[in-house]
Design a binder for this molecule. Structure first.
Ligand SMILES: C[S@@+](CC[C@H](N)C(=O)[O-])C[C@H]1O[C@@H](n2cnc3c(N)ncnc32)[C@H](O)[C@@H]1O
Length: 234
C-alpha cells in the first residue's frame, strides 16, 4: 500500500485560523478518549510500517466502484466506538464551492470569513471580498492512508468524527481538530467498511452528478479464501 500518511498534514497557520473560527462559533471539539489514544497509536504505527493494518484487506470491486476496504474474514469484530484511523491527507484552504476539489476531499471547517489580510495571504489571486466564504479542506488525493479507499453508504458501519487529540504521554502529537473514522456499529469479519460521505461533504454526490451505488456492509463480502462474494448483483 503506497498510501502511508498516518495523520493529516497541516501547517500551524491553518491550525490557528481553524482554531479562531471554532472559538468564534463557540464550537468545542470533543476529545478522543484516553483509552482510545493507545489503540489509535497502534493503528498509526501499522500505517507507517505496512500501510494497511493486518486485520484489513483492500479489494477491487465491480465496475466504477474502484477499491474497497474489508475486515479480514479471520479477524475479530471491530466494536462500536473503536477507532479505524484518522482520515489523513493534505489540508488546504479554498474558496468554498470551488470546483477544483477532488473525490478524496472533505471539509474540516467551512463557512469561514477571512479578513482582508487573511485573504491576501491565503488567496492572493482573488480580489478581496468580505463576504466570500472559505473552507479548510482535507484532501487525500495525493497523500493519505487506507481510509481514502473506504466507500460510501447510506447505511454505514463507520462514521467520521471531528475530534481533538489531547496532550498525552504516549508521544502522540496533540491536535485541536482532526477527522477520525470510528466504528459506528459492530463490524463483522468479511464485511466492507463503509462511511457516509454526506455529513462531511454536504453535496458530495450532487457535485459529481453521480447517483451512488446503494451498498451496505454486507452487499460485498470476503469469504474465508479472501474471494469477493456479492449478494446483490448490480
Ligand atoms: C474516497 S474514494 C473511495 C475509494 C475508491 N473506491 C477508490 O478506489 O479510490 C470515493 C470515490 O469512490 C467511488 N465510490 C465510493 N462509494 C461509492 C458508491 N456507494 N457508489 C458509487 N461510487 C462510489 C466514487 O468514484 C467516489 O468518488
Amino acid at each position: 500500500m503506497e498510501f502511508r500518511l498516518p495523520r493529516q498534514e497541516i501547517n500551524q497557520k491553518l491550525i490557528d485560523l481553524g482554531n479562531k473560527k471554532l472559538k468564534q462559533n463557540k464550537i468545542r471539539v470533543p476529545r478522543v478518549p484516553k483509552k482510545t489514544l493507545k489503540e489509535l497509536l497502534a493503528i498509526l504505527e501499522e500505517i507507517s510500517k505496512n500501510g494497511l493494518p493486518k486485520y484489513l484487506v483492500i479489494k477491487k470491486l465491480k465496475k466504477k466502484l474502484g477499491y474497497g476496504i474489508f475486515l479480514h474474514p479471520k479477524a475479530k469484530p471491530i466494536l462500536k466506538g473503536e477507532p479505524i484511523a484518522p482520515y489523513s491527507g493534505e489540508v488546504f484552504i479554498f474558496p468554498q464551492n470551488a470546483e477544483d476539489t477532488t473525490d478524496y476531499a472533505f471539509a474540516l471547517i467551512s463557512d469561514l470569513h477571512l479578513t482582508k489580510q487573511e485573504q491576501l495571504h491565503w488567496d492572493p489571486n482573488s480580489r478581496y471580498h468580505p463576504r466570500r466564504l472559505y473552507s479548510i479542506d482535507l484532501d487525500a488525493e495525493k497523500k493519505g492512508n487506507f481510509t481514502r479507499f473506504i466507500n460510501h453508504s447510506d447505511r454505514p458501519n463507520v462514521e467520521a468524527m471531528f475530534l481533538s487529540i489531547p496532550a498525552n504521554s504516549l508521544g502522540l502529537a496533540p491536535a485541536p481538530f482532526e477527522l477520525i473514522y470510528v466504528a459506528k456499529k459492530t463490524i463483522r469479519p468479511g464485511e466492507q467498511l463503509l462511511v457516509s460521505y454526506e455529513p462531511e461533504e454536504k453535496n458530495y454526490w450532487g457535485a459529481l452528478n453521480v447517483k451512488p451505488f446503494p451498498m451496505t456492509p454486507k452487499t460485498f463480502r470476503l469469504n474465508s479464501s479472501l474471494k469477493l462474494v456479492s449478494y446483490v448483483l448490480p
